[in-house]
Ligand binder design. Structure first.
Ligand code: NAD
Length: 502
């Protein structure tokens, strides 16, 4: 193994790469397809976070004074430089997280799309004015930056999720501290190299590697004004409560259990393609992955065989191999945890339609965290596999007699991130869209993740907060409103009482 392969990652603070001086230790960053150690990530301590927050606070006045248009121009430059290194980032995503290289390229494209949306800041950050709210008195609402904003990211989108926040935050004139997932810190090292190249004032963006200690530090830190979190539901709750306790603005995106309803009139071959991509893409490790199918009426009989055949045909292997269709899960511990869900579902009476456990073959490294596509049929809504987030390539099938019953099953979930319906009936779509309790709905779309210009809008236990991530919600989150009421006595237009209509 070469010295570069086992380098210990550094933090990026105040415009420079620095060792994590307060780290309590390091963790190995491994390639889940091969178990190769790619780097060591420091578990930074409070002093490292303090340094990042101090740098971010110190940079605030200077960054805020940069004109909105000049900030947007920095983002145009960032976009160009990210595009130039997009293949390198995609390869980093696959190496550290495991998803296929095609999927990683799509993730990086979506990351860059976030920067593109944030370049619209001279328009999206505008306030509003109403002349003559009373005689010769005007009211205007302006938007100003919130201050120092921190984001905490999960392992499953090493490139994209941090960029749900970073471009919008700095476009609005805030400064930023990112804590990436300690399981996948490598892609953001490249992103921050690019951020360094565009010459932002020192301290505008900062990167602190680490785990729980950094998160707890962020929640308690008096120098941080806003926190964005993406990860599992229990940690989302902890972050939401912790940030609120110290008076911070907070948005916490949590776990998911996404249902895909298949109606009897669905176009089966294309529905199968969409379901396979949704359930098994990124090895089921997307917060928008469809993990439960609810078949309505005769859809079950039409769907099961082609779906099982398509899932069984997926080529499992290292995501860096262009032929691979299903990569590993994040770790061997995750693989074993996921297998446990399947075992308990069978013990509770479900049937295996396809078993991916113990998958092997010449493309599969025995050291890797592989699990083939798995389909469990005969599932009932009460079973654990129907209720809990499995976060792996495991699809559960529940059968319902009617659309009403299907909607009731979907709405009984404590999660409400994404859901899809497959049908050609406008009337079924209308009812589903109106009644379903989830924040992102796909119509004949398996992964209905909104583009950067719309909010990523989970409901129920999938989201804690008020305004969502990216799109104009991103601008809403990263700005504070100020309302100014004004008049000028020398204007010669008379003057009324502000409180009495005149
Ligand atoms: P996770 O909750 O384990 O970790 C997320 C972040 O929280 C990491 O940076 C981690 O260091 C930190 N963390 C973990 N445990 C902590 C603790 N006890 N105290 C303080 N900080 C802690 O999530 P993960 O396994 O990295 O990511 C997968 C989860 O993220 C899934 O549940 C998935 O649904 C969810 N997710 C949700 C969305 C969404 O938009 N709703 C998007 C992507 C992922």
């Amino acid at each position: 193994m070469t010295a570069t392969a086992t380098r210990t990652l550094e933090n990026y603070i105040a415009g420079a790469w620095v060792p994590a001086a307060g780290a309590s230790g390091t963790l190995d960053v491994t390639n889940p397809a091969t178990a190769e150690v790619l780097a060591k990530v420091p578990l930074s301590g409070r002093s490292d976070l303090d340094a990042a927050v101090s740098a971010a606070r110190a940079a605030l006045p200077q960054w805020r004074a940069v004109s909105t248009i000049a900030r947007a121009r920095k983002l145009f430059e960032l976009r160009e430089r990210l595009v130039a290194r997009s293949e390198e980032m995609a390869r980093a995503v696959t190496s550290e997280m495991g998803k296929t290289i095609a999927d990683a390229r799509a993730e990086v494209a979506r990351m860059i799309e976030m920067v593109e949306a944030a370049t619209a800041i001279p328009t999206t950050m505008q306030g509003r004015v109403l002349e003559d709210v009373s005689r010769n008195i005007d009211a205007e609402m302006i938007r100003q930056p919130v201050g120092v904003c921190a984001a905490i990211a999960p392992f499953n989108f090493p490139a994209m999720v941090p960029f749900w926040f970073l471009p919008f935050a700095i476009a609005c004139g805030n400064t930023f501290v990112l804590k990436p997932s300690e399981q996948v810190p490598l892609t953001q090292q490249i992103a921050f190299e690019v951020l360094h190249e565009i010459g932002l004032p020192a301290g505008v963006v900062n990167l602190v590697n680490g785990g729980r200690e950094v998160v707890e530090g962020i929640l308690e830190h008096p120098g941080i004004d806003a926190v964005s979190f993406v990860g599992s539901a229990p940690v989302a709750k902890l972050v939401y409560e912790g940030a609120a306790r110290t008076g911070k603005r907070v948005q916490a995106l949590g776990g998911a259990k996404n249902h895909m309803v298949v109606m009897p009139d669905a176009v089966i071959d294309q529905t199968v393609d969409a379901i396979v991509a949704s359930a098994f893409g990124a090895a089921g490790q997307r917060c928008m992955a469809g993990s439960v199918i609810v078949t309505v009426g005769e859809a079950h009989e039409r769907l099961l065989t082609p779906l099982t055949q398509a899932a069984a045909a997926l080529r499992v292997g290292d995501g860096l191999d262009e032929r691979t269709q299903l990569g590993p899960v994040i770790s061997c511990a995750a693989r074993d945890r996921i297998g446990g869900y399947v075992e308990r579902a069978l013990a509770q009476g479900a049937r295996l339609a396809l078993d991916g456990r113990g998958v092997s073959g010449e493309d599969i490294d025995p050291e890797g965290a592989f699990l083939g596509a798995t389909i469990v049929d005969g599932v009932t809504p009460e079973m654990e596999i129907a209720r809990e987030e499995v976060f792996g390539p495991v699809l559960a099938i529940i059968h319902a007699a009617t659309l009403d019953e299907a909607i009731a099953i979907v709405n009984a979930s404590r999660f409400g991130n994404g859901t899809s319906i497959f049908t050609e009936s406008g009337a079924s779509v209308r009812r589903y869209r109106h009644e379903v309790q989830a924040g992102m709905v796909g119509v004949n779309i398996g992964v209905a993740a909104p583009v950067a210009f719309f909010p990523f809008s989970g409901w129920k236990d999938s989201f804690l907060g008020d305004v969502h991530a990216h799109g104009t919600d991103g601008v809403e989150f990263f700005t504070r409103k100020k309302t100014v009421t004004s008049r000028y006595f020398s204007s010669g237009q008379g003057s009324g009482s502000y409180f009495v209509e005149s």
